[in-house]
Design a protein around this ligand. Structure first.
Ligand code: 6PG
Length: 252
């Protein structure tokens, strides 16, 4: 039975990123204590950069970086040094600045054919999580942003990838970009122990209200319901400004 979403609203994006960094560190130390490692799928886009930079700044001490394994929820079909690369963003903001062993970072090798990159990443997930056929990996944390059309990772409205039920990672054709994106699939997101959305800025207020209130909207991010895990929305006041009854500012 999917848990009720936890919605937390912060006065500023800076407070949101701080809370996200603390949540990351708290989940990391619990996972390392219980399982000896912390497995996280990073989000791309622009929103998480603030959180990554904070984590790299040492705001939360005592993170066992050598016990953290970094994966990516999705990637654009570009090489790792391309300005649009999610890996490049995360590497510049955090991974290159913290003592995480390079072998702990599993980027999507999107410089090759998109389908080959997806297949390769699927095999990487199967090997790392010792999966048998039809099994899905259980991430300790999956970070997601919310797209202006209600997409998350690279599962966009109307794309075939949204309905994938067996694969772990796919090459998803996105007509509006006339490009493939390589993305983890919905079952992988919903197998996580914790899925955390970071949503910042007034330009997201309308779509966030729709996602949280309009059950008939059938937006991709409305399909994110961890079967046996937490669903957390960390939102700043700008994004919460739609006046939705579910977005009443908390005490932070
Ligand atoms: C990507 C992301 C995507 C992103 C949303 C929000 O590759 O772009 O994975 O899902 O999280 O589009 O993007 P912003 O944070 O830039 O608004």
């Amino acid at each position: 039975m999917a848990a009720e979403p936890e919605i937390r609203i912060f006065k500023t994006s800076a407070e949101l990123f701080q809370a996200a960094a603390i949540e990351f560190a708290t989940l990391a130390s619990a996972a390392v204590r219980n399982n000896g490692k912390f497995c996280v799928a990073l989000s791309g886009g622009s929103t998480p950069r603030g959180m990554y930079s904070l984590l790299a700044s040492g705001i939360v001490p005592a993170i066992s970086w050598e016990k953290i394994y970094f994966f990516f929820g999705d990637e654009r079909h570009v090489p790792p040094d391309h300005p649009d690369s999610n890996y490049r963003m995360a590497n510049e903001a955090m991974l290159s600045k913290v003592p995480v062993p390079s072998e702990n970072v599993f980027r999507i090798r999107s410089e090759q054919d998109a389908e080959k990159a997806a297949l390769e990443y699927e095999q990487t997930l199967q090997k790392f999580f010792h999966l048998r056929a039809n099994e899905f990996p259980r991430f300790d944390l999956v970070l997601l942003g919310l797209g202006p059309d209600g997409h998350m990772a690279s599962l966009f409205p109307g794309t075939s990838g949204l309905n994938e039920t067996r694969r772990l990672a796919i090459a998803n054709w996105v007509e509006k970009f006339k490009s493939y994106r390589i993305t983890m699939t919905l079952p992988v997101l919903n197998h996580a122990a914790c899925v955390m959305f970071l949503v910042s800025g007034a330009d997201k207020a309308g779509i966030l209200r729709e996602v949280l209130e309009d059950q008939d909207a059938d937006l991709p991010s409305q399909r994110v319901h961890p079967e046996n895990g937490r669903l957390v929305w960390l939102v700043d006041r700008g994004a919460a400004a739609s006046g939705s009854h579910r977005l009443i500012p908390s005490q932070g």
